[in-house]
Design a protein around this ligand. Structure first.
Ligand SMILES: *[C@@H]1O[C@H](CO)[C@@H](O)[C@H](O)[C@H]1NC(C)=O
Length: 439
């Protein structure tokens, strides 16, 4: 009963999900709405300080049924926080109101009864209650289809006349990204130094690692410039394109690197097996899809009908990639265990085995932290400290890069091959013990 009387229930839920998970988009945005009868359309989310502004210019408004008998105060834009949205839903449930725009809890920006036949309106709305708000369009008239061009900009005033187009908790992000990019450039410098010093034992994979670190550094540098440009002007102006290109290259190269290291390529053997090549052939195209989804998500904001679909595509593809990269490591571990049992070099193999097991655990921790923990942090941190979840994610990534570099660095005295008999015996014993343990 309750469900059939509230057909917008599902949409409200979707809006809630959007409110909870979407990053704060903050650019000046243009959205075209065409013959849309959705009762709720969420637009951008933004963290206002006590000097927040919303500029809303809507033009080309056309209604499928412009009859003057209808109550157009039930159609309009409003700003609301996640908590007030929950309370509004409750009000609708308890039949206090029939339409979200009627609630006195929300900040009404504009209702369409003020249009009086006009095709456009421009409005500047000041927000003095600091919080994170979402701009929402509600259309509570049944079967009313609406078309309009929406130009919106949200920003916080700074100083006398300055504007900060980055959401309250994200305004320090350009600095954060810049700092991390410096760290990665130093890391690349250090790695070049190591490669030069140990040039006799350098494998192909070590140059690949260098490329991955440099791509990550460039990616962060572009992200810093992109964000600081948005902060100043409200639009990305081409920096986003560079950023997407480097994100794309970084994503592909990082996953390829994890797979290559996992297979032991150039460490344990100079070639890839067929099944290992297959993993790469799955991961690389999936990364292409993930990057396209990321671009669509970032550029469109949550107002588009397909936004949630793209978000799901991205999550799904990401999960598949993360699982796929674990297989080669598991295969290597299995091979090493078998080798440890059959050939005489138990100690050598045990060391490799330990290394690969550590790597397996670290990859899982890295994936878990950057995918799950960061998302949880993002949803639970106050909007004012949203940058902390970015820092946490970047620190985890940095630690992962450092671990990989340290553990798989070129060795002048390769410990794999200089082991005395005593160690050899101890290792063989250890492997035997382990087998018993597993049995
Ligand atoms: C809205 O219109 C005003 C006046 O035409 C203009 O100055 C402003 O930049 C517009 N804002 C957006 C977000 O398009």
């Amino acid at each position: 009963m309750a469900i059939s009387t509230h057909p917008s229930r599902l949409l409200s839920l979707l809006l809630f999900i959007t409110l909870s998970f979407s990053p704060s988009f903050a650019e000046i945005r243009f959205s075209e709405i065409r013959s849309d009868s959705r009762p709720i359309i969420p637009f951008d989310q933004f963290g206002f300080t006590h000097r927040g502004r919303l500029e809303l210019n809507v033009s080309q408004i056309s209604l499928s049924n412009p009859s003057t008998d209808l109550d157009f105060s039930k159609v309009g834009f409003f700003l609301c926080t996640r908590d007030t949205w929950l309370r509004v839903l409750q009000q609708i449930d308890e039949r206090e109101i029939t339409c979200a725009v009627q609630s006195e809890l929300i900040n009404t920006v504009y209702t369409f009864n003020k249009l009086n036949g006009a095709k456009r309106f421009d409005i500047v709305f000041s927000m003095t209650n600091a919080d994170q708000y979402t701009l929402v369009f509600a259309n509570c008239l049944q079967q009313q289809k609406i078309s309009m061009d929406v130009h919106s900009a949200m920003y916080n005033l700074e100083g006398k006349s300055g504007r900060d187009y980055l959401s309250a908790g994200k305004t320090v992000l350009p600095k954060v990204y810049f700092l991390f990019s410096l760290l990665y450039f130093s890391m690349a410098g250090l790695w070049i130094h190591v490669l030069y010093k140990k040039r006799l034992t350098v494998f192909g994979i070590h140059f690949f690692m260098l490329a991955v670190v440099i791509l990550k550094a460039l990616n962060l540098l572009c992200e810093a410039e992109d964000k600081s440009y948005i902060k100043r002007t409200g639009s990305a102006h081409g920096w986003d394109v560079l950023f997407y290109i480097f994100s794309f290259l970084k994503g592909i190269s990082l996953f390829t690197l994890i797979v290559l290291i996992g297979t032991g390529w150039s460490f344990l053997k100079p070639y890839l097996q067929d099944k290992e090549k297959k993993v790469l052939m799955i991961v690389i195209p999936l990364q292409v899809v993930a990057n396209i989804a990321q671009v669509v998500i970032d550029e469109n904001g949550p107002y588009g009908q397909d936004w949630i679909t793209w978000k799901q595509v991205f999550l799904l593809v990401d999960v598949v990639c993360c699982c796929a990269v674990l297989f080669p490591i598991v295969w290597s571990i299995k091979n090493l265990r078998e080798a440890a049992r059959t050939d005489g070099k138990a100690a050598v193999n045990l060391m490799k085995l330990t290394l690969f097991r550590q790597y397996y655990i670290v990859v899982i921790c890295y994936i878990y932290f950057t995918r799950v923990v960061v998302t949880v942090l993002e949803t639970n941190t106050s909007y004012k400290y949203l940058w902390t979840s970015v820092v946490a994610g970047e620190l985890a990534t940095l630690a992962f890069y450092a671990f990989t570099g340290y553990k798989f660095k070129p060795e002048a005295h390769n410990p794999y091959f200089v082991i005395d008999d005593e160690e050899e015996e101890a290792a063989a014993e250890a492997i035997k013990l382990e087998d018993e343990f597993e049995l």
